[in-house]
Design a protein around this ligand. Sequence first.
Ligand SMILES: Cc1cc2nc3c(=O)[nH]c(=O)nc-3n(C[C@H](O)[C@H](O)[C@H](O)COP(=O)(O)O)c2cc1C
Length: 200
Amino acid sequence: MADVKLAIVYYSSTGTIHSMAQRLAEAAEKAGAEVRLRQVAELAPAEAIASNAAWSQHFDRTKNEPKAAADDVVWADAVLFGTPTRYGNVASQLKQFLDTLGPQWSQGQLANKAYAGFTASMTQHGGQESTLLALYNTIYHFGGVVVAPGYTDPLKFADGNPYGVSHVTGGSNDAPLGDAQHAALDHLARRIVSIGGKLR
Ligand SMILES: Cc1cc2nc3c(=O)[nH]c(=O)nc-3n(C[C@H](O)[C@H](O)[C@H](O)COP(=O)(O)O)c2cc1C
């Protein structure tokens, strides 16, 4: 839908959520949306980042990309939040960003928008659903409208996650996104742009 404003706000340590966010941005732009693609600030200590080569490389590659601000959520008609699974939960970096939105929440500036989430984990049953459900607790408090993909298209039976979109990175944490994930990301982008436009 033309002129819908979509904010994609995410955290990524080793690049998976970053790739998913980029794919969502491309699909949403194709659907006519104006997109702000924003990463939240890294909060981990330098020694933790340095202990993991993939994390260090991703941090260096993306450290100058635009950072999320409260205004990005206020501005948007629709918002996609992305986070790696951390013990079946939302990464603290994204949670910290959400926890800075109190002033906007108290003024009702986060309500009545379309929201959905995307995540990744190393293992198939490692907590993707609990991560998305935990993320959505915050959306309920915003007064947001959770736009779950459900099984609204046959392609959702391939990626298999009605709560959002997710990817299993595997034991080496580097399994690339496949056709099923790309299709599910494109579908989520089209759906949130469409419903975000109707809500606006
Ligand atoms: C502290 C920590 C906790 C994690 N917890 C889980 C988990 O509960 N289940 C799981 O399958 N993977 C877990 N992982 C793996 C990450 O979810 C996986 O590396 C991440 O989704 C990759 O996303 P990224 O490349 O965008 O950082 C954990 C990783 C870390 C560092």
